[in-house]
Design a protein around this ligand. Structure first.
Ligand SMILES: *Cc1c(COP(=O)(O)O)cnc(C)c1O
Length: 239
């Protein structure tokens, strides 16, 4: 194995151990939690190694980096998630490779995604990104819609051609009542998911938890954790 492959394999094994332990502590089966490796800022060669090591889900947050990377890895059996704030002028490109867009947070984005998904003859999974630090009707600093806005957006996605409503996503807030209370934040997201599933039973995905707080997310009931740093290393720049 190359040095990088050895390093990534060791990091993946540690993350796998953490997820397994968190599942055991929560009385959950390991299969209930899917690992998504966030490969942003890292090269396509790392994505290829991760695929060889058995990773099946990867995530990116900037179309400029993600589009060429996804193209270079088009031969790999990967599910691509888009997790960044998304401008409508990037939607056509993102729909070309993303299987799931986790950062749906406004109606204009739903309209644009639907139009491009239909044009590309693709079905794009969508998560409504929830901002637990947003004021009612407002948006979060890092994207996301306030809990009050979930239902309207979810209905819009569910009725939009080319789109599939898969569930909810959040990032633990740095400000507001949930600052420093990751598990409480993720439990709130689970409650919102329970509400959502009353009207959209197939929207079962709950994406929460990153390198620093994946245990809290698993404890709260997350179905997907998004881990970057703990697998790939500290990013060279903010991304
Ligand atoms: C970067 C990023 C992650 C991964 O964060 P780490 O702390 O590196 O694990 C997860 N989710 C989103 C939305 C991100 O942008």
């Amino acid at each position: 194995m190359t040095d990088r492959k050895t390093e990534l394999a060791a990091n993946l094994a540690k993350v796998e151990e953490r997820i397994t332990a968190a599942c055991a502590a929560a009385g959950r089966a390991r299969e209930e939690v899917t690992l998504i490796v966030v490969t942003k800022t890292y090269p396509a060669s790392d994505v290829r190694i991760l695929s060889e090591l058995g990773v099946r889900h990867v995530a990116e947050n900037r179309d400029q980096d993600a589009a060429p990377k996804a193209a270079a890895c088009a031969d790999l059996p990967l599910v691509w998630h888009f997790v960044g704030q998304l401008q409508t002028n990037k939607v056509r490109s993102v729909v070309g490779y993303a299987d799931v867009v986790q950062s749906v947070d406004r109606s204009r984005l739903v309209t644009a995604l639907s139009k491009e998904a239909v044009r590309a003859e693709r079905e794009v999974g969508c998560l409504v990104q929830v901002a637990l630090d947003a004021g009612a009707g407002g948006r979060g600093e890092r994207g996301g819609v306030a809990p009050e806005g979930i239902e309207e957006l979810a209905d819009l996605v569910a009725g939009a051609p080319g789109l599939r409503l898969d569930g909810l996503m959040t990032v633990a807030p740095l400000t507001g009542e949930y600052a420093g209370r990751e598990q409480a934040a993720f439990e709130r997201l689970m409650d919102l998911s329970t509400d959502l599933r009353r009207t959209h039973p197939a929207a079962t995905m709950v994406s929460a938890g990153m390198s620093a707080d994946l245990e809290q997310a698993v404890a709260a009931g997350a179905t997907h954790v998004r881990v970057g740093t703990a697998v790939l290393g500290v990013r060279p720049r903010l991304g």
